[in-house]
Design a binder for this molecule. Structure first.
Ligand code: ADP
Ligand code: MG
Ligand code: ZN
Length: 506
């Protein structure tokens, strides 16, 4: 058993001065089909262990698999969205190896006949630069079960007393999307890797074929990296960092591996071709198993499944179901909403595009939708360790609530600070905006008599300030407005108060 040791690293700048990084990303996406890829078992996440299994996905002798048509459709739609060619004819292949969470002792996958190949995906970086990622292939396979190592302190097999296996995940359809080696990224390699995975996630989410939740493992990323000395065109030896399961980790893992490879090469050493484990807490990778390209999985065509031969008509029919690409949609919405680049970026990063779109469609102004979904609720969601859409769903707060709140403001019933109080009530589960405003007695005083009396009272009590305003020092009116608002217990429209004061004094 090799102990985890900390490898030497070179500073990022020094590494980039001497070497050019080459990256290859392998992303696994679990399709959200109701049933598994080769049997009728359910795929519900978080079900009781081993409650969603059958002879096929348990690999019992004599069981015969049948291809899930929805799984193939999902694979083709992903391939099309990635601008791939779709195979006229292809087969599944057995990838033979032993692992306790894989009861058949082979994984049904695709090898030299992937369903889609030779595509690309344009990735836009924060500063607007577009980097084209070439896609090698996107093939179909099945997920494995899950091992649970019990008795140790870390949950890893090392130090555990026994292990449990849950086969619920075994046989869930997976699509593996493999990029061609990405060259020319230079110092932006970590940023490009992250942007690629984020773009891919958004695209697949828009297709509706997977929930692509990296934290739940329905999207997982392996990072291959090597370095070439500057000026060379010959690829170096790669490492393959497994299961890098957040966008931030993808960026950090690329950066770390660049620094680690550089230190090895700089000291005259040779990089070992191996898999590496990513450590989220420390931000480093440690050696896994050595892996050569010639690794013999003894792939051969799966004899129990018929070949897949999608007709060109069926492929075109699926192409017609592709949604507008998320990047294009974002551009269109930004211009429709009149948001600045910065505003749009914040909204995208906070995952608010859908909510705002629904809210605007339901009748709110784009500015109002952005304001209400990104203020107090974002602060609270953050405190709960979640995002606004999930938090809003949890609270039962909807676009209709925002529309209602905004209409109370435009109708002159609430001023901005009252609207904020109402929104807090809505978030606190007190009900819809009108109900909250009623229950809390929040309403701008429309009674001009009461307002007039309050203004008179404040002017009389602050004769010196009032005189300053009369003498032309208009900004002195601020103090008077504040006092009138206090008199009115906040239930007056500050702009109307200001107007009234100035009318009386100037
Ligand atoms: P494996 O079966 O070893 O995972 P794959 O073909 O599935 O191999 O994926 C290999 C990935 O590594 C691809 O994304 C490929 O572009 C990338 N890759 C191949 N060679 C290199 C290299 N020298 N440096 C960096 N990435 C590489
Ligand atoms: Mg691979
Ligand atoms: Zn099954």
């Amino acid at each position: 058993m090799t102990q985890a040791t900390t490898d030497a690293t070179l500073s990022y700048d020094e590494a980039l001065a001497a070497y050019d990084p080459v990256m290859g990303l392998e992303v696994h996406v679990e399709l959200g089909t109701k049933t598994k890829m080769f049997c009728g078992c359910a795929t519900t996440f978080g079900a009781e262990p081993n409650s969603q299994v059958c002879p096929v996905c348990l690999g019992l002798p004599g069981a015969l698999p049948v291809v899930n048509e929805k799984g193939v459709e999902g694979a083709i739609r992903i391939g099309l969205a990635l601008n791939c060619e779709i195979a006229q004819w292809c087969r599944f292949a057995r990838k033979n190896y032993f692992y306790p969470d894989m009861p058949k002792n082979f994984q049904t996958s695709q090898y030299d006949e992937p369903i889609s190949y030779d595509g690309w995906l344009d990735v836009e970086l924060e500063d607007g630069t577009v980097y084209r990622v070439e896609i090698e292939r996107a093939h179909m396979e099945e997920d494995t079960g899950k091992s649970l190592h019990v008795g140790g302190s870390t949950g890893r097999i090392h130090g555990a007393t026994h292990s449990l296996v849950d086969y619920n995940r075994a046989g869930i359809p997976l699509i593996e999307i493999v990029t061609k080696p990405m060259v020319g990224a230079g110092e932006r390699a970590p940023e490009i890797a992250r942007a690629y995975v984020a773009t891919l996630r958004d695209l697949i989410k828009a297709l509706g074929v997977s929930d692509v939740k990296m934290e739940q493992g329905s999207m997982r990323c392996d990072v291959n990296l090597s370095l070439m000395p500057k000026g060379s065109n010959t690829f170096g030896t790669r490492s393959e960092t497994k299961n890098v399961n957040s966008l931030r980790s993808v960026e950090r893992a690329v950066r770390y591996e660049i620094q680690r490879h550089a230190a090895v090469l700089q000291s005259g050493g040779a990089v070992t071709q191996e898999t590496r484990h990513w450590h989220e807490d420390t931000g480093i990778t440690t050696a896994g198993r050595e892996k050569s390209d010639a690794e013999d999985y003894r792939y051969f065509p799966e004899p129990d499944l018929v070949p897949i031969a999608p007709s060109r008509e069926s492929v075109e029919a699926l192409r017609a179901t592709l949604p507008e690409p998320p990047a294009a949609r974002r551009k269109r919405l930004q211009s429709a909403w009149g948001y600045s680049d910065l505003e749009m970026r914040d909204v995208v990063n906070a995952g608010l595009v859908e909510l705002i779109d629904e809210t605007v469609t339901a009748g709110a102004s784009p500015a109002g939708a952005r304001k209400w979904w990104s203020g107090e609720i974002a602060r609270r969601a953050n405190g709960e360790g979640t995002d606004v859409p999930s938090y809003a769903a949890q609270l039962g707060v909807t676009p209709a609530h925002v529309v209602e709140l905004e209409s109370l403001v435009t109708a002159g019933r609430l001023n901005d600070s009252m609207a904020r109080q109402v929104w807090e009530g809505v978030l606190g589960g007190e009900g819809a905006p009108t109900a909250v405003a009623d229950a809390r007695g929040l309403e701008l005083v429309q009674d001009t008599g009461a307002l007039d009396a309050a203004v008179e009272k404040v002017i009389a009590a602050n004769a010196d300030v009032a005189q300053k305003v009369r003498d032309g020092k208009v900004q002195a009116a601020g103090a008077l407005i504040g006092q009138v608002m206090k008199e009115m217990k906040g239930q007056a429209d500050a702009a109307a108060v200001r107007e009234l004061i100035l009318a009386k004094l100037t």
